[in-house]
Design a binder for this molecule. Structure first.
Ligand code: TYD
Length: 145
């Protein structure tokens, strides 16, 4: 891992993005469009589902990858940590996503039964882009000071 390329982000950069949503008597339709919805080109889409009660996901940061997290069904929380400040964001509206810049440690928990977490990512899966050791993350973010 190249620590010099680790992005330095602030939890204030973790913002809610409103998806373009079409309201109809027969239901809602929300759209995610490349470069228009999220401020990055979408290279990968994955989703978490069948989450058992008490599940905790995430527990890592990315060196370069940006992600947009959308509660497709149900609700859950995303705890964002920039190495200095921590904030818990509750998601329960499928027309709103949470933008996670690179360099943010994220943990997902408090999943409601039947919830589905959709993630749009700016890069293909690459384990080398992960920081999974919190002490390593703290060391990298300490370089901010
Ligand atoms: P991980 O990123 O740890 O999941 P989460 O952050 O949701 O808890 O990934 C879990 C496993 O799935 C790990 O072995 C890597 C694999 N994986 C892929 O193969 N491709 C992917 O796009 C993702 C996100 C994970």
């Amino acid at each position: 891992m190249n620590s010099y390329s680790h992005r330095r982000s602030n939890i204030d950069d973790c913002r809610i993005i409103d998806l373009k949503t079409v309201y109809h008597d027969n239901g809602r339709l929300s759209v995610m469009e490349n470069l228009a919805t999220a401020p990055f080109g979408i290279k990968r889409v994955y989703y978490l589902y069948d989450l058992p009660a008490g599940a905790e996901r995430g527990g890592h940061s990315h060196i370069d990858t940006l992600e947009l997290v959308i509660p497709l069904a149900g609700s859950f929380d995303v705890v964002v940590d920039d190495g200095h400040s921590v904030r818990r964001v509750s998601l329960n509206n499928p027309s709103k996503g949470l933008l996670l810049p690179a360099g943010i440690w994220r943990t997902l928990d408090n999943f409601s039964s039947g919830s589905i977490c959709l993630v749009l990512a700016s890069a293909k899966y690459d384990e080398a882009d992960y920081i999974r050791d919190y002490h390593e993350f703290k060391k990298l973010t300490a370089e901010k000071e």
